[in-house]
Design a protein around this ligand. Sequence first.
Ligand code: ADP
Ligand code: MG
Length: 428
Amino acid sequence: MQQSTFADLGVSKPVVRALAERGIERPFAVQQLVVGDVLAGHDVLVESPTGSGKTLAFGIPLIDALKPAREARRRPGEPGALVLAPTRELASQIVEELDAIARARSLSVTAVYGGAGINPQIRAARRADVLVATPGRLVDLLDRRAVSLGEVDMLVLDEADRMLDMGFRPVVDKLVALTPEDRQTLLFSATLAGEVDRIAKAYTYEARRHAHKPKQELRGKVEHRFVKVTRERRMEQLVRELTESERGRTLVFVRTKRGADRLAKQLGRVETLTVAAMHGDKSQRQRERALAQFEAGRVDTLVATDVAARGIDVRDVTHVINFDAPGAAEDYVHRVGRTARAGADGIGITFVLEDQVRDVVAIGAGLGLHRELEAGGLPAGGRAASNAAGRGAGGGPANGGGNARRGRRGGRSRSRSGGAGRQPSQSR
Ligand code: ADP
Ligand code: MG
């Protein structure tokens, strides 16, 4: 896939800048597939694994396309965009991820979810341009007439498969029916099969379909291992991997800068290891020195964060160990891609804590590592172990210019009736 920037995809300067400030410079694959379509006004159905960057895939164009309340004549309590998400955690994560770019366009993003006091949420929701909600709590807000969905221009269903698994279908049908029929609808899911496909057809209009299956860049000579660990025994397991196996240079990945320093210090106490840490708070000189020592073999174990590791291209890295599981498929590819360069053999080991099983399985399955997951005693990710055929990224037709919504702009009918989601033909 060709390299492109967010600006190339049509994203506005303020949003590009806000992304860059957060270190987000290059669109992930799913974002490249989706952002242009959404900005052009198309409905989209997107199948993409966990950690592939779906939040920004819908968040960036949604925030960029949304008109400010005054311009769109929205009153308090009338959000212009609605994101439905299955859980409280996910809803807060989405707000966290979108807050900075929303502020760059003077828009407000708010989450409402159960298990927390409703009154502060009502106050915040009345000011929201983008409302992120779990279905149950949104019904509560509607019952209290705290919000109306009649001005929702853009509707996102995130983790649609999980919402269905959790039994939200009837509620979601009801909520969708309260939004205008000429809205733009974006549906994201780890799978577009079965019932997801049925709601997808019911909720969208001439949607472009994208299936993003990460390419098998990892195959070839890399061996992938997944190791279940507990938080208490994780350090011990790491020391065992580092001391008991025959290995050359090893990269150990952690999530945070502090975590990198702490781990390097702890490992430094093991007599047979020579260790350095590498992360964004180190000066350029410190980083260069650590890298030079690693290359010269005076340091055999480099503890690094994702960002710090981007530029590392050292020959003969035999082991990559994910002490902290990668947050995204792309991170996994980048990390483990540090080994087995130039045809050498390599091994990628991922430690998996109990609460990371779901995400790691999704990442591994998305990369076709079903057998390896299974070997590590993890669920193999639902799909057949022979998913290796790996359809490339892509799917929908090419991005034809123009605004897809113009066609349905004409009669801006407002369906406020309850009942099931609309049929595609109704949306004309
Ligand atoms: P998904 O919803 O597909 O599971 P997320 O949207 O939660 O994945 O993204 C996973 C991680 O990747 C998040 O930490 C996010 O900040 C990061 N991320 C997303 N897009 C980019 C990008 N273009 N560049 C760098 N990091 C990104
Ligand atoms: Mg997500």
